[in-house]
Design a protein around this ligand. Structure first.
Ligand code: ADP
Length: 465
């Protein structure tokens, strides 16, 4: 992975640099080409000006004032920097030429009506030529003045520049590619470490962490984020394992109790009274078991959902009343003494059946953990635009050390104190999960011996508008 990534980075780097180098090289070549030729063209133009000055143009012909100039040194010599001159008539017949041309002639391009520069050959050597029409005062072309200079030097300069640039270009690309690959390799090396660690991590060694790179850059942040993710995953897995262990333990207890009871009954015949008593015990255990399974299913159903459909307007008074009407007191001896205060007409934004499950759990706890006939109050007020619903009882209360845990699954505060009070430790976990799904806050305060107050902070139904 790292190998491919660094090669790709290097290739992109090379492409960008290659483009830039190509543009720079082309500009360099064009500039040198232009300056070499403009130098040469300047000399040719100056020479033509001189020659033209020594010429008198009449209406139908032209004469040279000083033909001796054609014998000047630079026009006579061939070896060092010669200048070739030639005058032709309109048909191309040579009227006059410098002695260094000997019997050769310069090419005449009849297509040029104006003075022009062009490259051509003289014998086998390349020359730069300037051709200018000789015109009568009435602008009739009487002939052509051609001046040429060898362009070997310019060509040598340009061709060696071309070779240099063409050889340098791939070299630059190669150097850029390998340097880029090396730098990219070093930069992405920590990614390989991250991958190697991530590959080693399975659900059984979630304690392993990705080593943090030295520089506090993006890769450092990636490693930190992945470590935090692993932390959360480990917590979730531990939590899940704990839940499975607790659930199997809780399920096993009533099952073994039923099995024990039935085994005892099987061992030898008993009196009818004995059978009734033991079977009642077993039925009690089966009830406990089915309540537990029901709660586990409720929890499992809501654990899996991430969000619920938008809430509806729920009347808290109606919800509490229907819960109370449905509830069977936990023990026949306990009378219901639930008081509803300020609940009538109070509407919250929630899911109606979830609100009922929550109230049912809170109310059944309030009744379970308090003496028969002791008052339980469900009240509603509003604060900061939220509806505050409280459930208060005057039972045994919850010790401060237990408060942070009572919403945990299977947690039961001080079970010894509740001996005889049936429970699974799942009711409040369900309340908390449902509250979470509906955006409702849950909290509890308690003074030992005076009973706790559970508070639900709900969004008002007005939010639905
Ligand atoms: P349980 O099935 O044990 O009632 P819950 O999740 O409903 O499970 O409650 C968790 C624990 O919180 C209970 O075991 C109990 O110790 C404590 N608790 C909950 N409600 C009350 C209450 N109203 N008064 C005293 N203790 C309570």
């Amino acid at each position: 992975m790292t190998f491919r990534l660094r090669t790709r980075i290097a290739a992109l780097y090379m492409a960008a640099t290659g483009l830039l180098a190509a543009v720079v090289f082309i500009i360099l070549y064009v500039v040198v080409h232009h300056s070499v030729y403009s130098h040469l063209d300047g000399d040719l133009e100056a020479e033509s000006f001189e020659v033209h000055k020594g010429m008198v143009v009449l209406s139908d012909r032209f004469v040279f004032l000083n033909p001796a100039e054609w014998g000047e040194r630079e026009h006579a010599q061939v070896e060092v920097n010669p200048t070739f001159l030639q005058v032709t008539d309109t048909a191309g017949a040579v009227l006059l030429r410098s002695s260094n041309l000997r019997h050769q002639r310069l090419a005449v391009e009849f297509r040029f009506r104006e003075p022009a520069f062009f490259n051509t050959m003289l014998a086998a050597s390349p020359v730069r030529q300037y051709q200018r029409p000789i015109e009568s005062p009435t602008r009739r072309v009487l002939g052509y003045l051609s001046i040429a200079m060898p362009r070997q030097e310019a060509d040598v300069v340009l061709s060696s520049l071309r070779v240099t640039l063409l050889v340098t270009f791939p070299l630059v690309l190669l150097v850029v590619f390998f340097t880029g690959r090396y730098i990219a390799g070093r930069s992405v090396a920590p990614v390989a470490a991250v991958t190697a660690t991530a590959e080693r991590i399975t659900s059984s060694n979630l304690d392993e962490r990705i080593p943090l790179p030295k520089n506090r850059d993006e890769l450092y942040r990636l490693a930190v984020t992945l470590n935090q993710l692993l932390e959360r995953l480990r917590d979730a897995v531990v939590h899940e394992r704990q839940f499975t262990a607790d659930a199997s333990h809780e399920l096993r207890t009533p099952l073994s109790a039923v099995r024990g009871t039935l085994e005892v009954l099987l061992r030898r015949p008993r009196s009818r009274r004995h059978y009734v008593e033991k079977i009642r015990e077993a039925v009690g255990e089966v009830d406990r078991l089915s309540h537990l399974v029901e709660q586990l299913l409720t929890l499992a159903r809501y654990e899996r959902v991430d969000a619920i459909p938008a809430g509806e307007s729920v009347d808290l008074g109606e919800a509490a009343a229907s819960v109370i009407a449905r509830m069977t007191p936990p023990a026949p001896a306990k009378r219901m003494a639930v008081r509803l205060v300020g609940l009538r007409g109070v509407r919250v934004k929630a899911n109606p059946s979830m609100v009922q499950i929550m109230l049912e759990n809170l109310l059944s706890n309030a009744l379970k953990y308090s003496r028969a006939g002791s008052p339980v109050k469900v009240a509603a007020t509003s604060a900061d635009g939220r509806v505050i619903c409280t459930v208060t009882d005057h039972g045994m209360g919850i010790g401060t050390e237990h408060l942070p845990h009572i919403f945990d699954r299977f947690y039961r505060a001080d079970p010894a104190r509740h001996s005889g009070i049936p429970g699974t430790g799942l009711g409040l976990a369900i309340v908390q999960r449902l509250a979470q799904l509906q955006g409702i806050g849950v909290s509890v305060t308690s003074t030992p011996g005076r009973g706790p107050t559970f508070t639900l902070t709900c969004p008002p139904a007005a939010d639905l508008l």
